[in-house]
Write a protein that binds this ligand. Structure first.
Ligand code: IPE
Ligand code: IPE
Ligand code: MG
Ligand code: MG
Length: 333
């Protein structure tokens, strides 16, 4: 099975339907990731961008604009903007998380160093701002600037919530809304805005992206325990090693007996981890059906995403966006 085979199905169909737009987006990404002055920049960006990535967020922007019948080209600039913001956050995220694998390849921080990842991430952020200003729309700039601030807030909130066994599902949701869903909702919202959607349509796109992003991150957090490196293109167990309170652990903690609580205190709170601890964590999660419970929450969010679509025009793209919500969760079915 290839990387994220399940989620690739409706994504492939969307990518096929929107191929002309996505070709233009990919051309923009390639030209704008260059640098005339610092060779390290294209080295790092090419490494990450040639590895692929699912391109979920730019597809969402294109799909939203096209669903409302947009005929211009500014949605392509916005789609490239969104993918640059995403790529910048991945470079920074892998430094913060000390991750060693991304998109099936060694991370940039491993191949080069943390300094290169941070600075090239900054460069991509700056390039994303240049791209969005080319649309001349204050409204989309406001949405994407706010989303960028919210992503950073989510990452910082996660930093302080990590290792804290008192982290609640509400705090987890706040983190996920920030670090992941904010870019999904901005991606769909700006697609609706650039196409001239009315207030109800723009709201529907925001709600769809927000709920889809939350479902997506819950699934990512489940796969960090239950997936394989081969299928997710990243190392499993990263969240445990990083002592992150993700949804499966929060749910298992709520049902923990004394011995289990002591286990989480040692491994997550104190960071004293030994061989076999990840397997023990998996056994505890299984004992309390914590993965199933997290999956049920993801399904619920996917359902909310699909409901939001009812305010939008019917058509093939709307059907595919609905299928996408199902398939995001089908990755952990
Ligand atoms: C990874 O996002 C970061 C998360 C929000 C979990 P993706 O899974 O969309 O990453 P790529 O772009 O496909 O590699
Ligand atoms: C990714 O968060 C969210 C951002 C990039 C802001 P994670 O750290 O949970 O995602 P992965 O597992 O590294 O892709
Ligand atoms: Mg990470
Ligand atoms: Mg992270």
């Amino acid at each position: 099975m290839g990387i994220n085979e399940n989620v690739a199905k409706p994504l492939d169909r969307l990518a096929g339907l929107l191929a002309a737009d996505m070709d233009a987006v990919n051309a923009l990404i390639r030209t704008r990731m260059e640098s005339r002055h610092a060779p390290r920049i294209p080295e790092v960006t090419a490494h990450l961008i040639e590895a692929g990535g699912k391109r979920v967020r730019p597809l969402l922007t294109i799909a939203a604009a096209r669903l409302l019948g947009y005929e211009g080209t500014h949605h392509q600039l916005l789609a490239a903007t969104v993918e640059f913001i995403h790529t910048a956050t991945l470079l920074h995220d892998d430094v913060v998380d000390e991750s060693r694998q991304r998109r099936g390849r060694p991370t940039a921080n491993l191949l080069w160093d943390n300094k290169s990842s941070v600075l090239v991430g900054d460069y991509l952020f700056a390039r994303s701002f240049q791209l969005m200003t080319e649309t001349g729309s204050m409204r989309v700039m406001e949405i994407l600037a706010s989303a960028s601030a919210t992503i950073a807030e989510g990452e910082v909130l996660q930093l302080t919530a990590a290792q804290d066994l008192a982290t609640t599902e509400d705090i987890y949701l706040q983190v996920v809304r920030g670090k992941t869903a904010a870019l999904f909702s901005a991606a769909t919202e700006v697609g609706g805005v650039i196409a001239g959607g009315d207030a109800a349509q723009v709201r529907a796109f925001f709600d769809y992206g927000d709920a889809l992003g939350i479902a997506f991150q819950i699934v990512d957090d489940i796969l960090d325990y239950s997936g394989t490196t081969e299928t997710i293109g990243k190392n499993t167990g990263d969240d445990f090693r990083e002592r992150k309170l993700t949804l499966p652990v929060i749910k298992a903690l709520a049902a923990a007996d004394q011995a289990e609580r002591a286990f989480w205190q040692r491994t997550i709170e104190k960071g004293d981890q030994r061989d076999g601890d990840l397997d023990e964590a998996l056994a505890i999660l299984a004992r309390h059906n914590a993965i199933d419970a997290a999956r049920a929450d993801a399904l619920d969010w996917a359902g909310r995403a699909k409901s939001a679509l009812s305010a939008l025009p019917q058509g093939e793209i709307r059907v595919l966006l609905s299928d996408l919500a199902d398939f995001v969760v089908a990755r952990v079915a």
